[in-house]
Design a protein around this ligand. Structure first.
Ligand code: SF4
Length: 85
């Protein structure tokens, strides 16, 4: 009898652990994609007038951005543009 209860609680523990894995993976994925997609940022490969990524405080040389995913052009622009003082 005690052995059956032990087996049930072990199964419950293993089931709960397996059910918890996808949730932790989802949380990790959400944390990894804190940046906007190019579409969300309305990114374009061309400047917006005199404003471009090369003048933005969020630009990470040579082709990165702190808030937009993927490679970007220093001549690009998006709606999150933040001008260098
Ligand atoms: S303009 Fe947009 S894409 Fe370009 S560096 Fe700034 S935040 Fe990033």
């Amino acid at each position: 009898m005690a052995k059956q209860q032990c087996e049930r609680s072990r199964r419950a523990f293993v089931g709960a652990a397996i059910a918890g894995i996808p949730a932790s993976l989802l949380l990790r994925t959400a944390a990894a994609s804190d940046r906007m997609t190019r579409l969300q940022a309305e990114y374009q490969d061309t400047p917006n007038g005199i404003y471009s990524c090369r003048l933005c405080t969020l630009f990470v040389a040579p082709d990165g951005c702190k808030v937009v995913e993927g490679a970007i052009s220093k001549d690009g622009w998006c709606k999150a543009f933040a001008a260098v003082d």
